[in-house]
Design a protein around this ligand. Sequence first.
Ligand SMILES: NC(=O)c1ccc[n+]([C@@H]2O[C@H](COP(=O)([O-])OP(=O)(O)OC[C@H]3O[C@@H](n4cnc5c(N)ncnc54)[C@H](OP(=O)(O)O)[C@@H]3O)[C@@H](O)[C@H]2O)c1
Length: 368
Amino acid sequence: MTQPDTFAFIIHPIDPKKDVSRKWPLLGKVLTEGQINFFSRFFPPVYISEITGVRSIATGKTVTGWFIACPFTPYTMLHLPVETVYRKIVACGRKAESLGARLLGLGAYTSVVGDGGVTIAERLDLPVTNGDAYTIYMAVEAVREAARRMDLPMSSASAAVVGATGTIASVCAEILSREVPELVLVGRRPDALNEVRERCEGGMARVTVSTDIASVYPCDLILTVTSSVSSVIEPEHLKPGAVVCDVARPRDVSVRVAQARPDVLVIEGGMVEVPGPVDFGFDFGFPPGKSYACMAETMALALEGRYEDYSVGKHISLERVREIGAIAAKHGFRLSGFRSFERAVTDEEIARVRERAAATRRRGWSPG
Ligand SMILES: NC(=O)c1ccc[n+]([C@@H]2O[C@H](COP(=O)([O-])OP(=O)(O)OC[C@H]3O[C@@H](n4cnc5c(N)ncnc54)[C@H](OP(=O)(O)O)[C@@H]3O)[C@@H](O)[C@H]2O)c1
């Protein structure tokens, strides 16, 4: 008998009070962020919901999934011993196994901690993917689309990748180095930055490295994807008309940018339209029918019947990125509209950003 096509995906609270409220409104209201960070250590994995209606446009196949919550917050995951975090993620995986899942997707920080899923995959019977390959694919797609809508041809744009030594960012840098003439890699470790620069050589871009976030100031297009728990890009770092694609969760771009810089376009990277009448059974903060790219990777692999460890570890190859892009496109996953600070971005707003950028440039503007 053929087994049903199934998957599970691990989510976890990113904005502790807001995200805990999504499941337990009262607890989210009464507990402080510090209390949530503390108590989350003792919580078991939480069954969140069943996901139905994910249907391939190519084959008509439908897959069913489950959200399982790992109770840890980003702060807890970065501060607890990595072994403690692995044990909790493995417990989530066991819950997924007991539900009948055939593939486990690691969301947000559960894919960042330690070795990016290698240990988790070794300890579980079901295969694992950290979603990074499709996150990379969709992040670059979002940059291309935002550049197009802001009338910034990639072939003459300058770009920056922030957190450039990271798993997702380094491959985004490799792809962008083939499409733009100027690329700045921003990170904290010069040696590691130079290694990424070497991987980017031979493309179209003149590639430079920097450990100073202010180096993004001259850039038209900025893709940022660090694992910092606090913001790294502030209003004074951006020139008028800049496009910033923020793939990080929690965000890299300070909420001050939304308030102080109506002349720049900030978009969240990686929001994907899911094929079929999908019902997630849970509001994780996206409009109905949309998912994070890492979730979409898990669903696309289940639709393709690829029940294997797919994106695991801290190096994702360009071939994997291209392959998952093709698999997902075949089944009907698409770049969705843009969102910025949890709101949809309309064409009118993009037009207003362009007008304001032109006005700011006319007045003469320099970084603070
Ligand atoms: N939107 C989506 O669908 C999606 C999917 C998966 C992951 N994510 C998010 O993507 C982010 C990165 O994931 P990853 O797997 O690429 O992580 P990673 O491999 O651990 O890389 C993180 C990078 O961030 C840098 N970094 C950390 N703290 C920093 C700080 N304070 N200032 C500047 N740079 C800093 C690190 O620098 P060092 O090399 O110096 O340590 C490293 O280069 C996370 O926020 C994750 O939640 C989003």
